[in-house]
Ligand binder design. Sequence first.
Ligand SMILES: [Zn+2]
Length: 108
Amino acid sequence: MEDKIQSAINLLENECQKKNVSYSLSLIDPQRKCKLILSGNLLHVTLSLVAAFKNLEQIAEKTTCNCPTCSEFKRILDIDEPSSEDSTESNCDRIDALLEEFFRGGSI
Ligand SMILES: [Zn+2]
């Protein structure tokens, strides 16, 4: 892992331990190599993972865009397409806004 990213993770780990905050952190590089880092209370870590998954499911269920990216997003989460209409037109503004809200700590 890149040194700057590892340093940021180490800083996060130290600060979370000081404040008794549990966390789950997932990273993925452009080659889709994933790394999952869990720290703290197992129950709290599990709750954070479930909350993240449920949020992504809700976002996927709300999106009506059928562009290749959104279709893949919904396929990964096993969300049925609302219609069989094929569309290559991208309408990702709404899903981007929902994801931004989620990553800023929006509704869970
Ligand atoms: Zn889209």
